[in-house]
Write a protein that binds this ligand. Structure first.
Ligand SMILES: Nc1nc2c(c(=O)[nH]1)N[C@H]1C(S)=C(S)[C@@H](COP(=O)(O)OP(=O)(O)OC[C@H]3O[C@@H](n4cnc5c(=O)[nH]c(N)nc54)[C@H](O)[C@@H]3O)O[C@H]1N2
Ligand SMILES: Nc1nc2c(c(=O)[nH]1)N[C@H]1C(S)=C(S)[C@@H](COP(=O)(O)OP(=O)(O)OC[C@H]3O[C@@H](n4cnc5c(=O)[nH]c(N)nc54)[C@H](O)[C@@H]3O)O[C@H]1N2
Ligand code: SF4
Ligand SMILES: [Mo]
Length: 693
């Protein structure tokens, strides 16, 4: 892969091929038109099949974000109190020299007092971890367990299929029955919805399983509005009905699964009536669903992450993931299940992140691991034998934890600590940046090289820079290179350029570099019906109903329903269940500061059913407080059929400072973790709602 000549941007090319960097399963191919060094428009690449020339509303306005008047253009040093957001500009050298000195002083005592905090602000293999991971490994810093989004579902899939793999996204277009399960595809997976529309035109039936009547649910033939966190009960009730009617593919079960007797015994404990009661739906909804599922030649399930954000999320994913094997749906390309395609990519994580450097950073030891979901608690902990050293320095990049992490009162308290040294690499002065000692201006996707996998489709995408860095912005990689140099890390890997890192990201025997350079994307060579003859990436090659891996760690090896930590209970002090799925025009907290998009969203709001609103004297448009013992979120009430009785929907994720009273929905969410994957339980949250006088 030694073709540096191809890597320099084509001279004076007016249209540059790139990739959308956002945390979205669609991973679109972007075409940026450049005039006189200025990006004038961004559009979807018509030649990339998964993009099909279409971008979502958010990213089609990318130039508005790139040239936003509030874009950070110089390094900033704090002059006000933490949280006030008052800074003065400083030079890069002054900022980097001081940061390196501070980190060195802390690390001299114990490098584990330094903590990186990052997630998927960009999904690029280069600007995401790579050089950053090398730096923190060489330093011997604490490791961050990156659980904030998908780790419960990923663990569920790993214990069932062996890896996050499944159907091809495009194959849904040929399906005859599609279950959209815990996904608001129109908002968060737009390019999948195209395939659903094609299938519908061809006569497919589409059923949405979601507590909220989303824009997606409205366009399906049927909507099953179960209570949050009850999906495993629904899946087990469905299995019960499949067994009772012998609607099973015994041959597929026999040949390509393991643990059927144990799963069968579990499902037999879930008569439809029991499941319906737990789910808050009618028994007929379950028997009807089972009938449809069994009588479609190749039923297809689009499972998504919305249904894993409750205590039993990992088990729920496992329970649903067992269904396609029971009816032999995998025999067909257009049957089976897709949660994530990430496991198909031949990513060379070790080459990018160099875990071997730990041997120098913290000889003879593995650094302690901090779960990003519990950052609120962990920033407020003192040193002790179990925890290790108190966190003294925090380097945040590609993430906005003060807005997106659960239980923000605790997160804010931690970030406000005067004895915490905080550096934030950002495009904007986010809620998190307001607490930084230094804010460093970062490049956007239009300004740097990167290379991308996807968790929806199965193409690798190359992102060429379309324009020069805006202002004094620097790439994440460049910042960590510069810090490494100042801290005396002289390993040659700290000199790799971003183009070098692009070539190291994937196995070159599988991903064609020349194709990537020529057209900007390269499909992985995969079979159309991946598990038609079994061959799951588990040790046995079988779909594992009964997981030896779970048994080995003392967990229930067979999927079961686990009630929420905070189950809805009309008699409780906090009787309403709150979920907080994304607003369509934001991407997590990104874009919340783009005015045209915020204008479409209107205001920070909570959807409440007319029954629950009336009982509380709440009218549409009233200012309300959503509260529990953790905190109090003030927003506008939207009395809406989108909310079912007993459940309120607090759409996310507003910047706190752009909301009504300086709070957002995470003011009330909890730091409790899921059954598998140590993940957050954002949608497992009991609250009360009241009018604000
Ligand atoms: N426009 C937009 N697109 C996005 C994002 C965004 O913020 N905005 N975020 C991106 C990211 S990071 C991710 S992880 C994905 C998230 O997108 P999805 O994986 O689709 O997950 P969510 O949007 O969290 O939830 C999807 C649906 O699940 C429903 N849901 C909530 N609780 C339950 C439950 O217990 N059971 C069931 N069956 N359904 C439930 C919610 O009401 C919601 O409609 O989308 C990505 N795409
Ligand atoms: N209540 C509630 N909370 C949630 C969720 C929910 O559904 N409900 N969803 C959760 C989920 S699924 C996720 S994935 C997390 C997402 O949480 P985060 O990963 O923190 O996502 P964002 O809020 O989009 O913040 C990403 C930040 O990275 C910055 N960024 C982008 N590109 C770059 C770059 O190249 N360099 C640098 N230095 N910065 C960059 C952006 O400007 C942005 O401020 O939130 C979680 N929080
Ligand atoms: S956010 Fe998703 S749908 Fe929008 S352009 Fe990016 S990859 Fe495509
Ligand atoms: Mo996510």
């Amino acid at each position: 892969m030694n073709q540096p000549a191809v890597m320099s941007p084509p001279p004076e090319a007016p249209v540059i091929v790139g990739a959308c960097p956002h945390d979205c399963p669609d991973t679109c191919s972007l075409l940026t038109t450049v005039q006189d060094g200025v990006a004038v428009s961004v559009r979807g690449n018509p030649d990339h099949p998964a993009t099909a020339g279409v971008l979502c509303t958010k990213v089609s306005r990318y130039t508005e974000r790139t040239y936003h008047p509030e874009r950070l253009l110089t390094p900033l040093k704090r002059v006000g109190k933490k949280g006030e957001g008052r800074f003065e500009p400083v030079s890069w050298d002054e900022a980097l020299d001081d940061i390196a000195q501070r980190l060195q002083a802390i690390a001299a005592d114990d490098p584990q007092a330094v903590l990186p905090y990052s997630y998927a602000g960009t999904m690029g293999q280069v600007q995401r971890e790579s050089m950053a991971a090398r730096f923190f490994n060489r330093l011997g810093a604490s490791q961050l367990d990156r659980t904030i989004c998908s780790s419960a579902g990923s663990a569920g899939l790993a214990h069932t299929y062996g890896a996050p793999v499944g159907m091809h996204m495009a194959a849904f277009a040929q399906a005859k029955l599609i279950l959209i399960w815990g996904s608001n595809a129109i908002a968060s997976n737009l390019h999948f919805w195209r395939h659903v529309q094609a299938a519908k035109r061809d006569g497919a039936k589409v059923i949405c399983i979601d507590p909220r009547l989303t824009e997606t649910a409205e366009k399906c033939h049927q909507h099953i509005a179960l209570l949050p966190g009850t999906d495993a009960a629904l899946a087990l009730g469905l299995m019960n009905e499949l067994i009772a009617n012998d609607w099973l593919d015994h041959d597929y079960i026999e040949q390509h699964t393991s643990g059927w007797n144990a799963l069968k015994a579990r499902a037999l404990a879930w008569p439809v009536e029991r499941a319906a009661k737990v789910c808050g739906i009618s028994p007929e909804e379950i028997t009807g669903l089972a009938y449809d599922y069994a009588h479609s030649e190749a039923p297809a399930i689009r499972l998504n992450y919305g249904m894993q954000r409750t205590r039993g999320g990992g088990n729920a994913v496992r329970a649903v993931a067992c269904l396609p094997a029971l009816v032999g749906a995998w025999r067909h390309a257009s049957g089976g299940l897709l949660l994530s395609s990430a496991g198909y990519f031949p990513t060379q994580k070790k080459a990018l992140e160099r875990p071997d450097l730990l041997a120098k950073g913290l000889p003879g030891r593995t650094p302690r691991v901090i779960n990003m979901t519990t950052i609120g608690a962990d920033l407020n902990r003192d040193s002790d034998a179990a925890f290790g050293p108190k966190v003294q320095a925090l380097i945040v990049y590609n993430s906005n934890p003060v807005a997106i992490a659960p239980d923000s009162p605790q997160v804010v308290k931690g970030f406000a600590r005067d004895d915490l040294f905080t550096v934030v690499l950002e495009h904007f002065k986010t809620d998190t940046a307001d607490y930084a000692d230094y804010v460093l201006p970062a490049t956007t996707q239009l300004e740097h090289w990167d290379i991308h996998a996807s968790y929806g489709h199965t193409d690798v995408l190359l992102n060429r820079p379309a324009i020069a860095p805006h202002g004094e912005a620097r790439t994440n990689t460049d910042v960590f290179r510069a810090l490494a140099q100042r801290m005396g890390f002289d390993e040659p890997c700290f000199s790799d350029t971003d183009e070098d890192l692009c070539t190291q990201a994937f196995d070159p025997a599988v991903v064609s570099w020349s194709l990537l350079c020529a057209q900007g994307f390269a499909p992985l060579p995969l079979s159309a019906a991946p598990f038609a003859n079994g061959g799951f990436p588990t040790p046995s090659g079988k779909c594992t109903f009964e997981s030896p891996g779970l048994a080995a760690i003392g967990q229930d090896p067979v999927p079961d329903y686990l009630p929420n930590w905070e189950p809805p209970n009309v008699d409780a002090r906090y009787p309403l269940a709150m979920i907080s799925p994304p607003a369509r025009n934001f991407l997590n907290s990104t874009f919340a500061n783009v005015k045209s998009l915020r204008d479409i969203e209107g205001e920070a709001l909570v959807e409440i059913s007319s029954v629950d609103a009336q009982a509380r004297g709440i009218n549409d448009g009233d200012e309300v407080a959503v509260f529990n013992d953790r905190g109090r979120y003030v927003c506008v009430a939207r009395v809406s059929k989108r909310a079912r009785v007993g459940v309120v929907n607090g759409l996310g994720i507003w910047w706190r400072k752009l909301g009504l009273r300086g709070t957002n929905v995470n003011e009330v969410t909890s730091q409790a973790l899921t059954d598998l994957g140590r993940a957050p339980t954002f949608y497992d949250c009991a609250v009360e709602v009241a009018r604000v006088a």
